[in-house]
Design a protein around this ligand. Structure first.
Ligand code: CA
Ligand code: CA
Ligand code: CA
Ligand code: ZN
Length: 504
């Protein structure tokens, strides 16, 4: 490690370093404050823009994209990893899988073999879920928290909770009802419960009875899986001892990408502050706001704080394959032991922080907006409060955004790690009230180039970027020294390992 000290801050580093040995709460309070002020000076929008230009150059040289599984992603990974290594970080390339290709070779089979015989019509009564692994199994069917008859509006939570599978006999075929949570969540839970095959059937309300082909982006249960119509599901559910033959004939090819993980060499490894941003773009474009902006900002933050004697270990995660189902962060979190999860005291997520028609949106970790998803794990409210304090101190407005798990913090909050972060808006429409607070154009999207080829360096709002670069440096710096607002994580109860997804 090169122990050079960033020019001009030597004295302050000495001042920071000295009291660490004798840290009293009063001194610690001073340290997080002074480190935040320092880091904000060090990390500038202008330097972050240089990383954005580099990411744009990578996309330009690689067919206009930095998407999972493309050379543009690999080049982005190498760019970030190279900068971090040069700055002295211990960098890990953490391999993760994604679906490279999937082909169904012949129609699937679903037939009742006991107590009576009945063959269901493939691609009519039921369809193979894309990307189902191949498999051929005959086993008893077991219903999972079914709501039959269905309620007038969708309410079924069949398979949504790991606890739905208490009493599920491993090796059986799980019979699951469509409902209020993502298909992928049900599939993952069934996989964890040891299902040998999975039948999800439509919930049963008018308009929710038929089977249809659907790509759910999830394969990790490792067993054949189909989507059946309501009639099939209802029949199997009401047939005691139903045994079925389920066969999917498909070819699933998995690719590998890498998350880039880098952590400070200094800092208490029992208290890890994790800061993340997804590194991949969609295939349609270079992804400079989504999410070059978060990537470049946490990269620059990491580079500038590389040699500070932080109290808590700070770990940066640059996630692969977010755009195709949070695959990088999800597989990372899944790979951690309970003890390793417990050491991560909090997770900060930065996904789209410089939208052209921005609003300063903070994840609503305390659910004070009372919309959508519930509050986050204990500590999430305090993270939101700390971020709010940054904007308040500058006299800048902020609004909440539902804590719905649709970015890489999803897998973290699912296992109980408190999270928070900043988001400046995607395809949603700016309200008149927001335009009054933040300027910009009411009635127009926050980011009209969201997931498009025009998400280039021209799609970055320099004002929002400057502010959020400081906000990110500020929050990272404060938590790097002070976690008193964040409750200690109790040893996990092996709680749900549910992946959050959107298709439901
Ligand atoms: Ca349930
Ligand atoms: Ca709130
Ligand atoms: Ca909410
Ligand atoms: Zn994104």
């Amino acid at each position: 490690m090169r122990v050079s000290i960033i020019k001009g801050v030597t004295a302050v580093v000495a001042a920071l370093a000295l009291p660490l040995a004798v840290s009293s709460p009063a001194q610690a309070r001073g340290l997080d404050d002074s480190f935040a002020r320092l880091l904000m000076k060090e990390v500038t929008g202008a330097n972050v823009q240089k990383h954005l230009a580099a990411l744009q150059g990578i996309a330009d040289a690689n067919s206009g994209t930095r998407a999972a599984g493309t050379p543009g992603y690999a080049a982005s990974r190498d760019y970030v990893a190279g900068k971090l290594r040069k700055a002295g970080y211990k960098v890990t390339l953490n391999p993760i899988n994604f679906v490279e290709s999937w082909t169904e070779n012949s129609p699937p089979t679903l037939e009742l073999t006991a107590p009576s015989q009945k063959t269901y019509a493939p691609n009519e009564d039921f369809h193979t879920f894309e990307p189902s692994p191949a498999g051929d199994v005959t086993a008893q069917v077991q219903g999972v928290d079914l709501t039959l008859p269905p309620t007038p509006t969708p309410t079924s939570t069949s398979g949504c909770e790991a606890s739905d599978f208490n009493g599920f006999v491993a090796g059986r075929i799980a019979l699951i009802q469509r409902g209020t949570c993502a298909f992928a969540t049900k599939i993952r839970n069934a996989g964890f419960a040891g299902a040998s095959g999975i039948i999800v059937f439509n919930e049963g309300q008018p308009g929710r009875t038929d089977a249809f082909p659907l790509n759910i982006g999830e394969w990790r249960a490792g067993v054949p899986m189909v989507f059946a119509d309501f009639a099939v599901g209802n029949e199997l559910a009401s047939t005691p001892g139903a045994t079925v033959h389920l066969k999917v004939d498909a070819t699933l090819n998995l690719g590998t990408d890498h998350n880039v993980i880098a952590e400070t060499r200094l800092g208490d490894p029992r208290n890890v502050v994790m800061v993340g941003a997804h590194l991949d773009s969609v295939t349609a474009g270079p992804g400079i706001n989504d999410n070059g902006s978060g990537t470049a900002t946490i990269l620059e933050t990491a580079l500038r704080m590389a040699h500070y004697p932080v109290r808590n270990k700070v770990r940066f995660g640059f996630w692969a394959a977010e755009e195709i189902g949070l695959l990088g962060s999800d597989q990372y979190v899944e790979s951690l032991t309970d003890a390793q999860r417990d050491r991560i005291r909090l997770y900060l997520n930065f996904d789209m922080v410089a939208s052209p028609n921005y609003a300063y949106k903070l994840y609503d970790g305390d659910d004070s907006d009372a919309t959508g998803s519930p509050a986050g794990p204990p500590g999430s409210a305090q993270i939101e409060k700390q971020l709010e304090a940054f904007y308040d101190a500058r006299g800048l407005g902020h609004v909440g955004t539902d804590f719905d798990g649709r970015s890489d913090y999803g897998p973290f909050i699912t296992v109980g790690i408190p999270s928070g972060g900043i988001f400046t808006g995607a395809e949603g429409i700016k309200t008149a009230q927001e335009a009054a607070v933040f300027g910009g154009t009411a009635g127009a999207p926050y980011d009209a180039c969201y997931h498009q080829a025009c998400d280039t360096t021209a799609n970055i709002n320099a004002t929002a970027l400057d502010v959020n670069v400081d906000a990110i440096a500020d929050s990272t710096a404060r938590f790097a020294f002070n976690l008193r607002s964040i409750p200690e994580r109790a040893a996990t109860t092996g709680a749900s390992r549910v992946a959050l997804r959107t298709a439901s």
